[in-house]
Design a protein around this ligand. Structure first.
Ligand code: TRP
Ligand code: SF4
Length: 328
């Protein structure tokens, strides 16, 4: 039986952290079993927000791919590639740019949010407005039926569907396929301070953090603010530390819950235990990472093969697109 196709991407804008592992990678790893997967380092998308300081992109591409593989993405099973090495993404991008109405892009909620949130990056550029059009091209060029993404990306998927329908109806041919999102089922993992885990907030635990760093960061986490003395009963439902247990050691969650409410465990002890759980979870990832870092040639081979595999698909779709338009 032919497997259905999945396409997803991540922007290479820095080191990967636990939020990437829980929010995206663990989902990608599982999907490999049942789908034909394409995983892309979206370096053009990274440039759209990091154009003022693009050096971070080059540094991050291989480092991110190494983390993907260390977390369980299998290069023999899935296609791993770099967006800018597969030229057809840009061909389709320019084609779709011609037919994507400005209003759709200006109204996109993520666009408006990001402009405000990343004000210091000055994203009022021509390129950034087209961010979702490039993402649509990424997806549609693979005829990817499923796209694992976080909830924040749903407007981009909706736009992708609108653009693909517009294409098919303009040229009266069902060339492009509507994609469907696959949302992660994991509870959301927040940063050390309880906000979204993000490099710009400085609240991340990185996949490459050494044990001492993990321990130090965990010990700095904010817990139940109402719990001042050890004898005060805690409220695990509002405690970020407790949420980490739920994600990384769900089988211990009921115990922690009970001990916290009964004031049988102090926050320091609770965090110490969490730190060792995280250190243990990161240990196999980090030893794999170490191995891969010592053999960069192997990684370069993987992305080179990935590019070839990806292009077999993208060249074919681009040809169909141009034929439908009467351009070829
Ligand atoms: N915009 C996505 C993000 O920031 C990254 C991305 C680029 C992507 N192209 C994609 C995700 C195609 C899914 C499919 O997370
Ligand atoms: Fe949070 Fe643990 Fe403290 Fe309870 S004991 S408030 S779960 S850190």
């Amino acid at each position: 039986m032919n497997k259905k196709r999945v396409l997803s991407g991540m922007r290479p804008t820095g080191k990967l952290h636990l939020g990437h592992l829980v929010g995206a990678l663990s989902n990608w790893v599982k999907l490999q079993e049942d789908y034909e997967c394409f995983f892309m380092s979206a370096d053009w998308h990274a440039l759209m927000s990091e154009y003022a300081k693009p050096s971070v992109i080059k540094e991050s591409i291989l480092d991110n791919v190494i983390d993907w593989i260390s977390c369980g993405i299998l290069p023999d099973k899935s296609t791993i590639f770099i967006q800018s090495e597969v030229k057809e993404h840009l061909d389709l991008f320019i084609i779709l740019s011609c037919l994507a109405p400005l209003g759709w892009l200006e109204r996109c909620p993520t666009y408006k949010e990001q402009l405000k949130e990343l004000e210091e990056k000055n994203l009022t550029t021509y390129g950034f407005l087209g961010y979702p059009v490039l993402q649509a091209a990424d997806i549609l060029i693979y005829k990817g039926e499923f796209v694992p993404v976080g909830e924040d990306q749903l407007p981009h998927l909706e736009l992708t569907r609108e653009i693909s329908r517009r294409f098919n109806s303009l040229y009266k041919k069902e060339v492009l396929v509507d994609p469907h999102p696959i949302l992660t089922k994991f509870p959301r993992l927040l940063g050390l301070d309880g906000r979204k885990m993000s490099k710009s907030y400085g609240n991340c635990i990185y996949l490459s953090d050494v044990p001492a760093a993990v321990e130090k960061k965990v010990m700095s986490m904010i817990t139940d603010p109402k719990r001042i003395k050890l004898s005060d009963p805690g409220h695990p439902e509002i405690c970020n530390v407790h949420n980490y247990y739920a994600v990384f050691k769900p089988e211990l969650k009921p115990d922690v819950d009970k001990q916290c409410r009964a004031a049988e465990i102090g926050c320091t002890e609770c965090k110490k235990r969490l730190a060792s759980i995280l250190i243990e979870a990161l240990s196999p990832i980090q030893s794999m990472r170490k191995k891969l870092l010592s053999d960069k040639k192997q990684i370069l081979d993987i992305i080179d093969k990935g590019k070839d595999k990806a292009r077999l698909v993208t060249q074919k779709t681009l040809k169909e697109v141009k034929e439908a338009m009467g351009l070829e």
